[in-house]
Design a binder for this molecule. Structure first.
Ligand code: ANZ
Length: 957
């Protein structure tokens, strides 16, 4: 009988399903084994799209499946779940376009994708499958939102705490409230009272009206309503995140215009966690590039805030009641280079800065207003792009400020290269040392004053202190930086920064400051297909959270769930839930009619915590039970490398910042509040590469379906028209997707699994070539023939023992495959098995002592054929929990030996040679080694010494 992969794969997939082979019991469940260590291996769960999977998607899923199977055989309790991230814009738009309810579309897509995943023989515990759209799931997403709403971030402990603690502290007068409604800790109370009572404008809690008290509490919550400038896309009828807007200010999806406008939205205070999100990256084993992306996204900058007084207007006051100096406004700037303060020759405010109106002189008013209107039309993203590409624009306000270090009057401008959302929305401009300020000063003829130079021993004709031709942005030594009470001259940049910050502090005009790029998370969407907020709005604008017992707030049934799209940028947002039946929209409590929040949560919400629900998916009283959470998330003390959280999380690098940052944030809040026991969710992260494939474009750049291309004489044609062949990431947009279904039907999924893994290292992108699949398919056919006599269908396995050279090769293979598994180097594991298999071809039979371990080594990679052969070897039970083969170190003896190569006393590389090699042979291998060659090129070899069995020593001159 030939290798009948269709029958074999069907048979084993049915067996695994009916036996529940991959069901992972929780502590307390029947069959749970306390003795075993745990291993939680997780895929980034997919969005169930209408077109289903292509062969690029399973790359990561096959890898995690191999690991899950390998770890089971190593004696771990393995948790390997799968689910669907099913809310979101695409599901809703697909539904809108096809006129079907999103729930129906989503269910259909999930069913199709589950079928595709099962086709690949992936060993998920399907009993734990969840979808973010299940009311039983989003009930807990809403519950987490309530936790956020009911908490505040205590800066003294750097932790989230129940808001009720804050109320108690306020009632106990532990805080003053300053004039900006900020809390001033009571620790400072004595200082304040030593100054004969708190400063004007500081209030005590009991002095506030209930409304003011509520405003203050609401202003501290981790979930809060705020009027913020948002990216409003009228055509889609929704607000978009910055990442969903292109560089030229249009929506990523659909390419519609996007406008910046203020809108009242739910926000999550992720900025409170900026510090911990950055520093606690040290707790996790993640690829360095991803950590770096998170650090850049959080964007910690250290510097100073400096206060500039606004200069009194130039005309002498004619009226005795003119404001005194003390009443003049102050502009606070954030700078990372306080050492350049003596070189600040003008200031710039963001056009939206609240002081602009106040300081603009009548003569400049018209120009300033016109500029502000213009700037309001641009999105932040457009402004940032312009700021770095050089088009500089701005307007003088007519007002001046006083530079606190030298009392010089410097003009105040507005310009859109300064963003309101960063720092204080105002800068001191130092054109000599900042590129953007330099370009601006040149464009508007503003003074440029150099205050940093190269150290004198490096000064040269290249860096004269005469006129600068470009900004000198490097660190150096201060010049021209002294007043009567401080001199920075001669100090290096780091010292000068420290010294001036101290001075500013002492003068009461500045202080050290840490600033983050990270913004609070805009959490409202004007969509239907998302989690409703568990929030009610009262008739007086009061906000009342839905009682936990009343969760979930289910999405109402609606016929028309389309967003209210419009061409008019000023049209008010009308979320689809505004059209929900009144019975849903209004809730009466104690005779008061409340309206439900009509926005929904963004797609990121559901994916923030799904890995926790997998631990205990059916729990109806908690988001995750305590015992299950501790068992799967905490390492055991005796683990060799204890690491908290998911043991291995595999997914695409495109989720580096959003999903991975948002879920770390939620996790930390839940951790602070005592609901879970680890500070980080994902102990180890791995990013798989992409599958690439050829795609085709005609002369007009229109992409053509890759499956319809004909090749003739090295040229490519689509319906007769010649097209160009290019290479890119497989997917719908390049029209080069290949469905796994076709491949599995033609060659079997064991072949598909092997092919995807054999393409190259997991973290790299690689090119798909369907015609190459036959290679790994032949390997499985040959393997089958080594074990099964195709003419008689009988086993070709004999008792043994195997000849010593085969046994040696087997043990070498066990070591290679084991090492490769530990390093996720599955291509190496497959190569080792191919080698062993080739050795067996043509032998009269395979001995059992080789056959059994070989099948077990193959099992994680090609599980169906391995199960079939295992059964034919006489075993009743699945091999899924068979112990992983061990190798004997004594069997690894090889006839090769490794020599370290020293060149003039330093080890520069290593060579492998046969134990019998002569000195001449060793010399020629050494000279040809690519790692060593560069050290010898152009050198004369004076001595070449071989210390037999130990090392090679080369002396060169
Ligand atoms: C004076 C100065 C002199 C600056 C100098 C730089 C070099 P990062 O590292 O990104 O934090 N800045 C501050 N707030 C801004 C805003 N809202 N919009 C645009 N630019 C802003 O950069 C901080 C620096 O960016 C600050 O330091 C400020 O310019 C500018 F030789 O202040 B600097």
């Amino acid at each position: 009988m030939q290798y009948d992969f269709r029958a074999i794969e069907q048979k084993w997939q049915n067996y695994w399903a009916s036996e529940g082979t991959f069901r992972a019991p929780n502590p307390g469940d029947p069959h749970f084994d306390h003795e075993k260590p745990k291993y939680y291996v997780l895929d980034m769960f997919p969005y169930p799209s209408g077109v289903g999977l292509h062969v690029g998607h399973p790359l990561g899923y096959i890898a995690t499946d191999i690991i899950a199977r390998y770890k089971r055989m190593q004696g771990f309790n393995v948790l390997h779940p799968m689910g669907y991230d099913a809310f979101g814009l695409p599901a809703e738009q697909f539904a809108v376009e096809h006129g079907v309810h999103p729930r129906i579309t989503t269910e259909k897509n999930i069913a199709n994708m589950t079928r595709q995943l099962k086709l690949l023989g992936l060993s998920y515990d399907w009993d734990r499958c969840i979808s973010t759209t299940d009311p039983d799931y989003y009930r807990w997403t809403q519950w987490i939102f309530l936790q956020l709403y009911n908490s505040w971030f205590d800066p003294s402990t750097k932790k989230a705490r129940p808001i009720s603690d804050l109320v108690k502290a306020l009632e106990g007068s532990d805080y003053y409230i300053d004039f900006e409604n900020q809390l001033v800790p009571a620790g400072n109370r004595e200082d304040l009272e030593a100054l004969a009572g708190p400063p004007d404008g500081f209030r005590k809690w009991y002095e506030l009206s209930p409304d003011d008290q509520r405003t203050i509490i609401d202003g501290q919550r981790l979930a809060f309503l705020d009027e913020v400038p948002v990216n409003w896309c009228p055509a889609l009828g929704t607000v978009l995140a910055n990442e969903e807007v292109t560089n030229d200010g249009r929506s990523e999806r659909g390419n519609h215009p996007v406008y910046q406008r203020p809108l009242k939205q739910w926000m999550l205070r992720i900025t409170a966690y900026a510090d911990r999100l950055e520093s606690e990256l040290d707790l996790v084993d993640w690829p360095e590039p991803i950590k770096l992306m998170q650090r850049n996204w959080i964007g910690r900058s250290t510097g100073a805030e400096v206060d500039f007084e606004i200069a009194p207007s130039e005309q002498p006051a004619t009226d005795a009641s003119t404001a005194s100096d003390a009443d003049l406004a102050i502009i606070t700037v954030f700078t990372t280079r306080p050492d350049t303060l003596f070189g600040a020759t003008y200031m710039v405010l963001a056009p939206e800065h609240p002081l602009v109106e106040e300081i603009t002189t009548p003569a400049q008013k018209a120009a300033v207003d016109a500029y502000r209107t213009q700037a309001a039309k641009k999105t932040d993203r457009e402004r940032q792009v312009e700021a770095t590409t050089g088009t500089k624009s701005g307007v003088f306000t007519g007002a001046y400020a006083i530079n606190p270090v030298n009392d010089s009057r410097i003009p105040i401008w507005i310009a859109d290269y300064v963003m309101m959302g960063y720092g204080t929305g105002a800068i001191m401009a130092v054109p000599a040392h900042d590129e953007r300020d330099f370009a601006f000063a040149k464009a508007f003829n503003l003074p440029i004053k150099q205050v940093i130079a190269l150290p004198t021993n490096e000064t040269s004709a290249d860096h004269p202190t005469g006129e600068l031709t470009e900004a000198f942005t490097a660190d150096g030594i201060n010049i021209n930086s002294a007043n009567a009470s401080i001199s920075l001259n001669g100090l290096t940049t780091d010292l000068a920064k420290a010294r001036i910050t101290q001075w500013l502090d002492a003068q009461g005009v500045g202080h050290a400051k840490v600033q983050y790029k990270l913004r609070d998370w805009l959490f409202s969407r004007q969509r239907y297909w998302g989690e409703p907020f568990p929030i009610l709005h009262g008739p007086k604008g009061e906000i009342v959270p839905v009682d936990e017992r009343d969760l979930p707030v289910e999405l109402p049934e609606m016929e028309d769930f389309r967003p209210a799209a419009s061409d008019d940028p000023d049209a008010p947002p009308r979320p689809p839930l505004g059209r929900a039946p009144e019975s849903w929209r209004y809730v009466v409590r104690d005779g008061v009619r409340y309206e439900r929040e009509l926005n929904t949560m963004p797609q990121w919400a559901g994916s923030c915590w799904y890995y926790l629900r997998f631990l205990d998916p059916k729990n109806s009283s908690r988001l995750v039970g305590e015992v299950a959470e501790k068992y799967w998330m905490l390492p055991r003390k005796k683990d060799p490398q204890p690491r908290e959280g998911v043991d291995l999380y595999v997914g695409g690098a495109e989720h580096a910042v959003l999903h991975l940052l948002y879920s770390r944030f939620w996790h930390k809040v839940l951790f602070d509040l005592g609901h879970i026991s680890t500070p980080e969710p994902f102990g180890r992260l791995f990013n798989q590469g992409y599958i690439q494939a050829f795609y085709y474009e005609d002369a007009r750049g229109t992409r053509r379906e890759a499956s319809q291309i004909e090749e003739r004489d090295g040229k490519f044609f689509h319906q007769g028209e010649e097209v160009n062949r290019l290479m890119g990431k497989m997917g719908k947009s390049l029209k080069n997707a290949i469905a796994p279904d076709e491949i599995a039907a033609q060659y079997g999924c064991d072949t598909l699994r092997l092919y995807e893994m054999y393409l190259g290292p997991l973290d790299q992108s690689k090119v798909w070539r369907t015609q190459d699949i036959i290679g790994v398919h032949r390997f499985l056919q040959r393997l089958w023939r080594n074990f099964i006599d195709e003419s008689t269908s009988s086993l070709r396995v004999s008792k043994g023992p195997a000849p010593p050279e085969i046994l040696r090769l087997l043990h070498k293979t066990i070591k290679r495959v084991t090492d490769a598994m530990n390093n996720l180097a599955f291509n190496v594991a497959i190569a080792a098995l191919i080698e062993l298999n080739n050795e067996l071809v043509g032998k009269p039979s395979v001995t059992r002592d080789v056959a059994e371990p070989m099948i077990l080594l193959l099992a994680p990679l090609a599980p169906h054929i391995a199960e079939e052969l295992w059964r034919r070897l006489g075993y009743e039970k699945s091999l899924a929990y068979q112990p992983w083969p061990a190798y004997a170190a004594s069997m690894l003896e090889s006839d090769e030996i490794e020599y370290p190569v020293q060149i003039s006393g330093k080890v520069r590389g290593r060579i492998m040679v046969s134990k019998e090699a002569t000195d001449d042979m060793i010399q020629s291998v050494t000279l040809a080694n690519p790692a060593i060659k560069p050290y010898l090129d152009g050198k004369t070899i004076k001595k070449f010494i071989v210390v037999k069995g130990r090392m090679v020593n080369v002396v060169v001159s």
